[in-house]
Design a protein around this ligand. Structure first.
Ligand code: ADP
Ligand code: NA
Length: 344
C-alpha cells in the first residue's frame, strides 16, 4: 500500500569521491532514469549528519553547495527528483526525537561504525568511561536521524553502498517497533546495494575509499583533472605479480582497479570477465586503461560541475529552495499522521 518512493542522502563533507559515485550517486541517476514517473525520487544533502564531527561554518556552507552542484552535475534532474538540504526540513529532526523514544540502545551500540569510533588511538576499550566521555551523543545516535530521514518520506527503497546496509536494517527494525506501538504508518524500507559494493582506497586497498582518509591520493574525486586521475591511478598500490587476475583477498590492489574498470563498462561485465580479457596485460597498461576510462567517464560531470559552481550559483540555490518546499510538504504529511497516532 505504500507508494514506491526512493530516498537517499550524502554528507556534504567535500567533493564526492569515486566510491560515493559508483557505490551510490550513479545508482541514484540510474534509478531516476529507469523508474516510471509515478515513483517518487527524493535525494538529500544530509548536512545535519555532517555535524557529528566539528565543522567550520564557512567551510560547511561551501561544501553543502558543492555537494548540491555535484548532484546536478551527475545528472539528477530537478524536474524529476526532489533534491534538498536536510536542515531545510526541520521535520527530519522532529521525527528523529520521536524515533529515539522507540529506538534500541543495545542495537545502536552494536553498530560497526560506532564500535570503530570507540577504538580511540590509545585503544582504551569499550568500558573506559574517559574514552567514552570524549565521544558525542550525535555520533552514537545518528543512525536514528538516518532512520528519520528515510521514514519521514515513507521511502520504500534506499540506494546505498554496502557500508550502509546495517543502518538500513536498523531503520527497518525501528520502523517496525514504531508501527507495533502506534499502527502501520511506516513502510519497511529495502536497501538497494549498488553492484559496485565497495570501492577500495588506492593506497590501502584493504580499506574502503573514504573522505576521511588522510592521504588524498587514496581517492579519485569527481572534480579531479585528467592529470590528477592519471597520477593517482599510476601511484595506486598493487603488487608485483606479472599477470592480471581478480582475487580481492590475495590481490586487493589489482582487484580494486578491475572493479573500477568493470563497473565503468557500458555493457554489464563481471570483474572476472574483465580480468580474463586483460589477463596478459601488464599492470602498467591496466592502470593506463583504468585512467583513460575514468577520464572519459568523469569529464562531462566535471565540466558541468565547474559551470554550476562558477556561473550558476543562483540556479543551484533556486533548485534547493524548490526542493526544500517539496520535501517539507512530503515530510509534513507524514508528521501529521505520526502526531495524530501518538496523541500529539
Ligand atoms: P563517506 O563514507 O565517504 O563519508 P557518505 O557517508 O556521505 O560518504 O556516503 C554516501 C554514499 O556513498 C553512501 O551510500 C555510502 O554507502 C557510499 N559509499 C561511501 N564510500 C563508499 C565506497 N568506498 N564504496 C562504495 N560506496 C561508498
Ligand atoms: Na559512509
Amino acid at each position: 500500500p505504500h507508494e514506491k518512493t526512493i530516498f537517499s542522502g550524502i554528507q556534504p563533507t567535500g567533493v564526492p569521491h569515486l566510491g560515493n559515485y559508483l557505490g551510490a550517486l550513479r545508482e541514484w541517476v540510474r534509478l531516476q532514469n529507469d523508474n516510471a514517473t509515478d515513483t517518487k525520487l527524493i535525494f538529500s544533502i544530509v548536512d545535519l549528519h555532517a555535524l557529528t564531527v566539528p565543522q567550520d561554518a564557512s567551510r560547511l556552507r561551501q561544501w553543502r553547495r558543492e555537494a548540491f552542484a555535484t548532484l546536478l552535475a551527475i545528472g539528477l534532474d530537478p524536474n524529476r527528483s526532489t533534491i534538498f538540504y536536510q536542515s531545510a526540513v526541520s521535520a527530519h529532526a522532529e521525527l528523529m526525537w520521536i524515533l529515539s523514544t522507540v529506538a534500541s540502545m543495545g542495537y545502536l551500540s552494536r553498530m560497526t561504525q560506532w564500535k570503530s569510533k570507540l577504538k580511540l588511538p590509545e585503544d582504551t576499550g569499550l568500558e573506559d568511561s574517559a574514552a567514552k566521555s570524549k565521544l558525542r551523543l550525535g555520533l552514537f545516535s545518528y543512525p536514528v536521524l538516518q532512520a528519520a530521514d528515510i521514514l519521514i518520506h515513507r521511502a520504500t527503497h534506499v540506494p546505498v553502498g554496502e557500508d550502509q546496509k546495517q543502518h538500513i536494517e536498523f531503520t527497518r527494525y525501528t520502523a517496525n517497533s514504531f508501527n507495533h506501538l502506534y499502527g502501520p504508518i511506516f513502510p519497511s524500507p529495502e536497501a538497494l546495494i549498488s553492484p559496485a559494493r565497495r570501492v577500495m582506497s588506492l593506497k590501502e586497498p584493504n580499506q574502503k575509499m573514504s573522505k576521511s582518509h588522510p592521504d588524498d591520493r587514496s581517492r579519485i574525486l569527481l572534480t579531479d583533472s585528467p592529470e590528477d586521475i592519471r597520477k593517482k591511478i599510476k601511484l595506486a598500490l598493487t603488487d608485483s605479480e606479472p599477470s592480471i587476475s581478480y582475487d580481492p583477498v590475495r590481490r586487493p590492489g589489482v582487484s580494486n582497479l578491475l572493479e573500477i574498470l568493470c563497473h565503468m563498462q557500458s555493457k554489464p561485465m563481471s570483474c572476472e570477465e574483465v580480468a580474463l580479457e586483460h589477463r596478459s596485460t601488464s599492470i602498467r597498461a591496466l592502470k593506463e586503461l583504468v585512467a583513460d576510462t575514468l577520464v572519459d567517464h568523469l569529464s562531462g560531470i566535471r565540466d558541468r560541475y565547474f559551470s554550476l559552481i562558477q556561473n550558476q550559483s543562483d540556479y543551484v540555490d533556486s533548485v534547493a529552495e524548490a526542493g526544500a518546499q517539496a520535501a517539507r510538504a512530503n515530510a509534513e504529511s507524514t508528521m501529521k499522521t505520526v502526531r495524530a497516532a501518538m496523541g500529539l
